[in-house]
Design a protein around this ligand. Structure first.
Ligand code: GLV
Ligand code: MN
Ligand code: MN
Length: 419
């Protein structure tokens, strides 16, 4: 089998052509890629990927939230399968590579193993996760959270988009129905999960490395905050005693920055990524504001202490400014520790291919954060230009992508070959 695996090389032009074709499926003109969960572009993107999977001879299954599983049956189909994959949804004003490299690169890895005539012991599955990005419902990794069984049906039922629509509304439009209780995976459902992804940071490029091997994924938390003050005429209401929801929000956003800066950990990052006000008229005092706050750290204790400090600041700012507030912890996740055996396997594949590599932490979250709760998991990172991501100018070269796919191919072959 070893010789056959060596001959399993990705078809880089084919993969590049497919990445470009998927990038063209967007809610916004090129080079912007926007594919928000269950938008028309997301559905067309899913149809495109399903067509490629069928052409590759894979068997498709979708669950009630739209997670897609494309299976290559192994010689011993009763053994738990090995899985790879990522997401194709893209935040507004994104680029072509976040998530997509793991989906189309994962498919290319499977295709190249098939084309090399390899017959794995274990089945290999490509998973395309629903809504890794939090755009529609504010919560990231919706599909993989449900697969890991860590998101209750009650919490899902409470999710609303900015127009007040629940997930069921969007599931119905996308053609997915049925109870979400069946989405959670059995703990022995997969023997391993490996996700290929762009680094989304500058380290690999700066250190001239081809591959990063993820040992730990930082712990994310999201707060949602509704502020209600008192609106009024911008000319007629004098300054003393105003209850301006925007100004409370502005102070809160600054306190998020200060809390993260002063957490005692250089790894704490805090972002107020959503700040919407009503009524949004230049001559009207803002009466309402909605903020969504993203807080992360590699250490759960400093993350949690910072979270508590931010919550205390929200309370005191709102009391002082006489603003009513509704604060919710949308998600407070633990970090994921990756499987040391898979990390070593990836490291071995890099050494065989002569690729410079090192172990690293993922500061972005990924579906792997939740797959790590289901089975042994790790990630393969490739460099991206300038560390840029979540922007239209996000870029990894064909060679960088091919290197990542080759490492993935060998890792999958080894994981699937051991009966
Ligand atoms: C994923 O997109 C993240 O925000 O880390
Ligand atoms: Mn992303
Ligand atoms: Mn991603």
């Amino acid at each position: 089998m070893a010789d056959a695996v060596m001959s399993a090389t990705p078809n880089s032009p084919r993969l590049q052509q497919q990445i470009a074709a998927l990038a063209a499926i967007s809610e916004a003109p090129a080079p912007v890629v926007t594919r928000v969960l269950f938008s028309e572009a997301d559905l067309r993107g899913r149809a495109f990927v399903k067509k490629l999977c069928r052409e590759a001879g894979l068997t498709l299954r979708e669950d009630a939230v739209g997670n897609l599983f494309a299976r290559w049956e192994g010689k011993n189909p009763r053994l738990p399968a090995v899985a790879t994959g990522s997401h194709i949804d893209a935040i507004p004003n994104a680029g072509a590579y976040d998530g997509v490299v793991g989906v189309l690169g994962g498919l290319e890895a499977i295709r190249s193993l098939k084309e090399a005539g390899i017959e794995p012991e274990r089945s290999i599955e490509l998973i395309v996760f629903t809504a890794e990005e939090p755009t529609r419902f504010g919560i990231g990794c919706l599909g993989s959270r449900l697969l890991s069984g860590t998101l209750s049906e009650d919490r899902v039922a409470a999710l609303r988009d900015r127009d007040g629509h629940p997930l069921d509304y969007w599931r119905g439009r996308a053609g997915f129905a049925g109870s979400l209780s069946g989405v959670a995976l059995a703990r022995d459902g997969y023997s391993a999960f490996v996700e290929l992804h762009i680094e989304q940071g500058p380290c690999l490029e700066q250190e001239n490395l081809a591959i990063g091997i993820v040992e730990k994924i930082a712990a994310p938390a999201t707060l949602t905050l509704e502020l209600t003050g008192v609106g009024g005429h911008a000319g007629a209401v004098l300054m003393p005693g105003r209850q301006d929801a925007l100004l409370a929000g502005a102070e809160i956003a600054l306190s998020v920055e200060q809390s993260a800066l002063n957490s005692g950990s250089p790894d704490t990052v805090g972002t107020t990524g959503v700040f919407r006000i009503e009524p949004g008229a230049v001559n009207s005092i803002p009466c309402r504001a909605r903020l969504e706050i993203d807080l992360r750290d590699t250490q759960i204790d400093t993350r949690d202490a910072t979270l508590s400090r931010i919550e205390a600041a929200i309370k005191s700012i709102c009391e002082r400014r006489k603003i009513e507030f509704k604060l919710e912890r949308l998600n407070v996740d633990a970090p994921a520790i990756c499987d040391s055996g898979i990390v070593e396997m990836i490291s071995h594949a890099c050494a065989e291919l002569g690729l410079k590599h090192r172990k690293m932490i993922s500061r972005a979250y990924h579906d792997s954060l939740f797959m790590a709760q289901v089975c042994p998991t790790s990630m393969i990172f490739i460099p991206c230009r300038g560390g840029v991501s979540h922007r239209p100018d996000e870029y990894s070269s064909p060679e960088q992508i091919r290197d990542g796919v080759e490492v993935l191919t060998r890792t999958l072959a080894q994981l699937a070959g051991r009966a």
